[in-house]
Ligand binder design. Structure first.
Ligand code: G3P
Ligand code: CA
Length: 261
């Protein structure tokens, strides 16, 4: 267990996704090099049952292909370019050379291996996307992968779906779970989360409107992870409120700002 280090944890949202294509191996390598405490990723099931790190239901925005992740097999996804949408591939020395670490679809298994080889404990915050559609398969595959590829840091499962978190809690009570919220329903206001979730995951807009939420959730026994915290004034707000973790596209600058506050 590496959380609660007595400082605000910096979680890299889809990797260092402002510097490299989101969810690419390059983005996660950069986040580790930037000093991120943890890595966030979204996972989806392919047609042949692999968990891949892709945010959207369809691959259209982040690749040169079309279609739903769930309708494509891993081999088909592996043929697509998931990086060039962000800008020219390659390095400064060789701008035209494609860099497979920027462009190849990333499996969760590969990400777990990267984290295992990081040389220091790096936590993981894995978000199940639209898991209800798969009737438990996403959580089952996820927990199976975690058992087969242990990592030195803490692994949390996050979701907007209370049902997904309940499934995780029933199958693996020792895995911490984060309930993500775009807004606060009346039952959340006092810090009450759905069964199966132990950590509150409010969006930054929630805190801007209701800063007292952090103290209420913590008094109810929950850690508070806030997403997506990129702007200096939001970092300052989170620091002032004493949140437990910030999820950011800019791990380097956010860590630096937090160190200076
Ligand atoms: O970290 C939580 C955050 O990632 C949820 O929103 O749309 O970026 O997956 P989204
Ligand atoms: Ca996410």
């Amino acid at each position: 267990m590496t959380a609660n280090r007595g400082r605000i944890e910096v979680i890299a949202h889809r990797g260092a996704s402002e510097d490299a294509p989101e969810h690419s191996l390059a983005a996660y390598r950069k986040a580790i090099a930037d000093g991120a405490d943890a890595l966030e990723c979204d996972v989806r099931l392919t047609a042949d049952g692999h968990l891949v790190c892709v945010h959207d239901r369809r691959v259209n925005r982040t690749s040169n292909g079309r279609g739903a992740v769930s309708a494509l097999e891993l081999a088909q996804l592996a043929e697509l370019d998931f990086g060039s949408w962000m800008g020219p591939a390659g390095t400064a020395e060789s701008p035209d050379a494609a860099d497979p670490e920027r462009t190849t679809v990333l499996t969760l298994e590969r990400l777990l291996r990267l984290v295992a080889e990081a040389g220091r404990p790096v936590d993981l915050a894995i978000e199940t996307k639209h898991p209800t559609r798969w009737a438990g398969q996403v959580e089952e595959r996820l927990l199976d992968l975690l058992r087969r590829h242990p990592v030195p840091g803490e692994v949390r499962v996050m979701s907007f779906s209370a049902r997904s978190l309940r499934r995780v809690r029933l199958a693996a009570p020792d895995v911490p779970t984060v309930y993500l919220m775009q807004f606060l329903l009346p039952r959340h206001r006092a810090g009450r989360l759905p069964a199966g979730s132990g950590i509150a995951g409010p969006g930054i807009r929630v805190l801007r409107r209701d800063p007292g939420y952090v103290a209420r959730a913590q008094a109810a026994g929950h850690r508070v992870h806030v997403w997506t915290v990129d702007e200096p004034e939001d970092v300052e707000l989170c620091a002032r409120l004493g949140v437990d973790a910030v999820i950011t596209n800019r791990p380097l600058t956010v860590r630096d700002q937090l160190n200076r506050l």
